[in-house]
Design a protein around this ligand. Structure first.
Ligand code: BJ8
Length: 384
């Protein structure tokens, strides 16, 4: 196979991302196929079972938004614009190298962006149900997972059988367990690790294509943090404990979590997609029919694209108690209608629990960074 080219700006990327590009390049050159995906509802076990590499393609940078806005409306969620911008500018090697992109019918903006992306890349769009309160929603999703299994089998020439899915689910569960255990360290007081560091590590796992290595490195980090915590004999100051909920925050991490940390707060729990909610969706590997077991696990993800979104409302009070959160910050990305409308319900839920709540709407620009600092600092002061 001819040698693949690295992105022109390779040297400008962080060491972690460079390592990820090189690993994927080597895998591609050895003949492995790559599937890019955008959403936590994507059943990765199916791709694993077929021997495909899977990589998250969610755009987290403002850099490609101007290019996207030449095609997409300006008043669209930054995550969608950034992701599409990376695809049309070929600035993201993961998008560029993807043999297949897996989309899903979650929010309207993503759905319609996939229509356009499908004109440039080979796409498969999973039909996600609108809610989970009907028996046929579950049946629809199970048949979608089966259809996806058939499609990936044809695409790769690998016949995916039940036992291959069981093995893949077992390994993914192990990673979920390792991720959960790492995040659960934040139940300690004072918190043992910076929220920004934790989030970056969790996101970085999406670019480690060796599952066993991802599991081992997560466990090693957990052990290292626990040891350092137990050995620390200094009296560390207590921070105000914040739970973050809402949209994915990879593109606004520094702006939001940085502001929390600069104001004497600490993020104890991420309820969002890179955080605990997806990590705790374990697949029951004892079940006879693994396609059904996988479908059921993913249907447990409490995303605002579901109506009603009962899972999020059930999970939040438990997480607030478990992590000892003293305040909740609900982050929405601009024009994310589904999460924005849910802010009202989350505020009410927090009022019922007597826990201070703050809603924050932002995008990937730096224009509101100062204002966010001020607002978060004022919010944290009220918790003291
Ligand atoms: S399971 S959170 S990854 S859909 S793109 S909904 S921010 S307007 S990302 Fe998501 Fe899957 Fe749900 Fe998680 Fe809003 Fe933007 Fe849409 Fe978004």
């Amino acid at each position: 196979m001819e040698e693949l080219k690295l992105p022109e700006r390779f040297e400008e990327y962080s060491e972690g991302r460079k390592a990820g590009f090189l690993k994927m390049k080597a895998a591609k050159e050895s003949g492995r196929k790559v599937a890019g995906y955008f959403c936590t509802y994507t059943p990765l076990e199916v791709l694993d079972a077929a021997g495909m590499l899977s990589v998250s393609l969610c755009g987290m940078s403002n850099e490609t938004i101007p290019a996207a806005e030449t095609v997409l409306p300006k008043n669209l969620c930054p995550l969608i614009k950034s992701s599409y911008g990376f695809a049309i500018t070929d600035k993201c090697p993961y998008t560029y190298w993807s043999d297949l992109i897996v989309g899903e019918t979650t929010c309207d903006g993503k759905k319609k962006m996939y229509d356009l992306l499908g004109q440039r890349k080979r796409m498969y769009v999973l039909q996600i149900p609108q809610g989970i309160d009907r028996t046929y929603s579950r049946q629809l999703w199970i048949s979608e997972v089966r259809r996806f299994i058939d499609f990936i089998s044809r695409e790769t020439g690998v016949e995916i059988i039940n036992e291959m899915l069981r093995k893949a689910a077992d390994r993914r569960n192990e990673l979920r367990r390792a991720r959960s255990e790492l995040m659960e360290l934040q139940r300690l007081s004072p918190v043992p690790v910076s929220g920004q560091k934790l989030y970056k590590f969790l996101e970085g796992l999406n670019y480690n294509f060796d599952l066993e290595d991802a599991i081992a490195s997560t466990r090693a980090l957990t052990a290292e943090i626990r040891k350092a915590y137990e050995e620390a004999d200094d009296i560390r100051k207590e921070e105000r404990r914040i739970l973050i909920t809402g949209c994915p925050i990879g593109g606004v991490l520094e702006k939001v979590v940085g502001a929390v940390e600069r104001s004497g707060g600490a993020v104890v729990c991420y309820e969002n997609c890179s955080g605990i909610k997806a990590a705790r969706c374990f697949v029951d590997t004892e079940r006879e029919d693994m396609a059904e077991a996988i479908a059921d696990a993913y249907l447990n993800i409490g995303c605002s694209v579901m109506s009603p979104n009962t899972r999020r409302m059930e999970n939040l009070p438990e997480l607030i108690r478990e992590f000892g959160a003293e305040g909740v910050i609900d982050v929405t990305l601009q024009t994310c209608t589904t999460y924005m409308i849910e802010t009202r319900a989350i505020r009410k839920l927090c009022e019922g629990l007597n826990i201070p709540y703050m809603s924050l709407e932002t995008d990937y620009s730096q224009e509101d960074a100062g204002q966010i600092d001020t607002r978060i600092s004022a919010f944290i002061e009220t918790l003291c």
